[in-house]
Design a protein around this ligand. Structure first.
Ligand SMILES: [Zn+2]
Length: 467
């Protein structure tokens, strides 16, 4: 009866724009946000007779990612044509890799509360992105209901890395965790900015369900172009719920593409162009196979940094516990925490500051730790962290702005504030201790934020207490 008897079976296809200087098969520059159709040439517009030339940097980046995911690097990879018709695809086919991808079987060790889960990587291959269609004049920005559509060919031919996981993920949480860690890994390998908001990282999700202990797979739903991990998690949960309900009711679950509607928290069958399932792949006759030389592979192996995100979660969980360590690493803030620890803070304090204060330059960690330990005013602290994002800071500029904790200086101000608000004082004495926050705020205002809030709270409580 309950959906809890059903387990989720989830696999992801993650697409990342490689951050090469130029496109995959021509010398057009890649520039996010450039004026429409300003980065095009006969190759990426598919003029007759124009021939593609592979981008060496894109091949190197794909190999680097493959090595980080423990993939077998192909001795001979083949580009293939994937044929379909769409206005954003000038050639009428996309150059991709099919039977012989650059990176074959690999694995990703996903850290979890109970240790590691090995998530299989089926392949990682290199392809070119399509151009971008903009639907105008409609209410939804989709093709349905639009008055007309425009195509921006700047994106056409962008090198795209596609990473396909095995259907080894067993919950929405696991899938979200995998995506966030894979994203952070891609960023640290410096192969992509992997920014989901800008569309340089997108994920397609395959979801099916099966009863616990059941072998094999049931029909799956594909949800395309997820643009945030949180949103993806909700879509997976909804798909699992709907499929379990359908199986329980004896209804047929049809393998198809679905859209997730956040407002209703339900998935509906994707309404769009006819899906051509037969892409008639065949080897690209205009390109020779890629045979990466051994020294290229070795060079990329050396470019993989030691201690990738999953490994760092395991290390930092010892100090912080699993949940905090995972959060810190997935948000990319653990380098800042590490810098604060190196400068003399303990891990818990460093992690809290790194999470709350975001991305300061690590070269400022020493000065920041001095300032944090000096009990300066909240205002000075805010300014220091703000400046620490921009460039080098000097602790001396902030250390003089120590919070006033001198009781002789604070008591007269506190008494004046209490006297000015007799009603609130009465309320406090009547047992509503939450009013203390109001008085702290008033004292901080009187002192232009220079008072030490901890001392002010203590003095206020003492002086408001009924005789
Ligand atoms: Zn071009």
């Amino acid at each position: 009866m309950s959906a809890s008897e059903w387990e989720a079976v989830v696999g992801l296809e993650v697409h990342a724009h490689l951050k090469t200087r130029t496109k995959m098969f021509c010398r057009c520059a890649l520039e996010y946000g450039a004026a429409e159709n300003t980065h095009t040439c006969p190759v990426c517009l598919a003029h007759p007779g124009a021939l593609p030339v592979p981008n060496r940097a894109a091949i190197e980046m794909t190999i680097r990612l493959g090595l980080a995911l423990d993939c077998e690097i192909a001795a001979r990879a083949v580009f293939a044509r994937k044929n379909y018709f769409y206005p954003d695809l000038p050639k009428g086919y996309q150059i991709s890799q099919y039977e012989a991808p650059l990176c074959g079987r690999g694995r990703f060790l996903l850290p979890t509360e109970d240790g590691e889960r090995e998530i299989g990587i089926v392949r990682a291959h290199l392809e070119e992105d399509a151009a971008k269609t903009v639907h105008a004049g409609g209410a939804t920005g989709r093709s349905v209901g639009a008055e007309y559509s425009l195509v921006d060919f700047n994106r056409g031919g962008t090198p795209l890395l596609e990473i396909v996981s095995a259907p080894d993920l067993r919950s929405a949480d696991e899938a979200v965790s995998f995506l966030r860690l894979l994203r952070e890994t891609i960023v640290e390998l410096e192969v992509s900015d992997a920014d989901m908001e800008k569309g340089t990282l997108r994920a397609d999700v395959n979801v099916s369900v099966r009863r616990a202990g059941e072998e094999g797979f049931r029909p799956r739903w594909e949800i395309k172009n997820m643009n945030s991990p949180r949103f993806m998690g909700r879509a997976i949960d909804a798909a699992v719920r709907q499929q379990a309900e359908a199986h329980e009711a004896g209804e047929e679950v049809v393998q198809s593409t679905y859209d997730y509607e956040p407002d209703t928290d339900r998935l509906t069958v994707h309404r769009s162009k006819e899906e051509a399932d037969d892409y008639r792949y065949f080897p690209e006759p205009d390109l020779v196979p890629v045979e990466p030389p051994a020294e290229m592979v070795e060079q990329q192996r050396r470019a993989v940094p030691a201690g990738l995100p999953a490994e760092r979660i395991r290390q930092r969980a010892v100090e912080l516990g699993f949940a905090s360590a995972a959060e810190l690493v997935k948000t990319g803030h653990d380098w800042n925490a590490q810098a604060l620890v190196d400068a003399g803070l303990d891990w818990k304090a460093a992690a809290a500051i790194a999470m709350n204060r975001g991305g300061f330059l690590t070269e400022n960690a020493g000065a920041l730790v001095q300032i944090v330990k000096a009990n300066v005013t909240r205002e000075a602290l805010d300014e220091a962290f703000e400046a620490a994002v921009e460039g080098p800071i000097a602790a001396d500029d902030y250390l003089s702005r120590v919070a006033v904790s001198d009781e002789d200086a604070l008591v007269p101000i506190i008494d004046r504030v209490i006297a000015a608000h007799p009603d609130q004082a009465e309320t406090y004495r009547g047992g509503k201790e939450g009013v203390l926050g109001f008085f702290v705020g008033q004292v901080m205002r009187e002192t232009q934020g220079k008072a030490d809030p901890k001392v002010v709270s203590r003095l206020l409580a003492e002086r408001l207490r009924p005789e």
